[in-house]
Design a protein around this ligand. Structure first.
Ligand code: GAR
Length: 203
């Protein structure tokens, strides 16, 4: 069973979908910790309402953030991190402490439409402006760069010619809520192997 820490900055719909997947026994995990960079994140209120221990690192300097995060994660016995709309770069010390044990979800088909500053609505704006006909969601392992790291799972959605940012975001978010718990379950079942920076899923 994964002892999950979920990192959030915003509304927390992916946190809720992971929580629901656990309740419905689609995901063999327990959310033991939630970390946020914003005291006021709605995701934090949800977690507190569910009795999940929360840490906010708002206002802390980067090296202090790393220390308090690592202390908190250890105190909660977290052994896996899922970034769910966390908009800040994870301190290198935290990445190093969770090798191949930290994933992120991104609302596009990486490596396209990723990188610094590409989160939330901005991603869908860039997708629509580019004229691509397919978008989707990506779950990938986390390294020291934004939206990089071996890809664990992707699923596509069609971009319609009359899509707005909101309609595309909604279609992609539905896919996110499906594939994030599925991808995490692969780790729970120890089916993910990383060889030469590529992911192999065991049957
Ligand atoms: C999600 O769409 C997630 O893919 C995105 O932020 C949103 C968070 O929503 N993450 C990124 O853009 C990361 N680069 P949520 O708070 O409702 O889960």
């Amino acid at each position: 069973m994964l002892q999950l820490a979920v990192f959030v900055s915003g509304r927390g719909s992916n946190l809720r979908s992971i929580h629901m997947a656990i309740k419905e026994r689609r995901l063999t995990a327990e959310i033991v910790a939630v970390v946020t960079n914003l005291d006021s994140a709605p995701a934090r209120s949800f977690a507190e309402g569910e009795g999940i221990p929360c840490l906010s690192v708002e206002g802390k300097f980067p090296d202090e953030q790393a220390r308090v995060m690592l202390d908190f994660l250890e105190a909660q016995s977290a052994d896996f991190i899922a970034l769910a709309g966390y908009v800040k770069l994870i301190p290198a010390e935290v990445v190093a402490a969770f090798p191949q044990r930290m994933v992120n979800i991104h609302p596009a088909l990486l490596p396209a439409f990723g990188g610094k500053g590409m989160y939330g609505r901005r991603v869908h704006e860039a997708v629509l402006a580019s004229g691509v006909q397919v978008s989707g969601a990506t779950v990938h392992l986390v390294d020291e760069e934004y939206d990089r790291g071996p890809i664990v799972m992707q699923r596509s959605v069609i971009v319609h010619s009359d899509d707005t940012v909101d309609s595309l975001a909604e279609r992609v978010l539905d896919v996110e809520h499906t594939i994030y718990p599925e991808a995490l379950q692969l780790f729970a079942e120890r089916r993910v192997e990383v060889i030469d920076n590529r992911i192999f899923i065991r049957n």
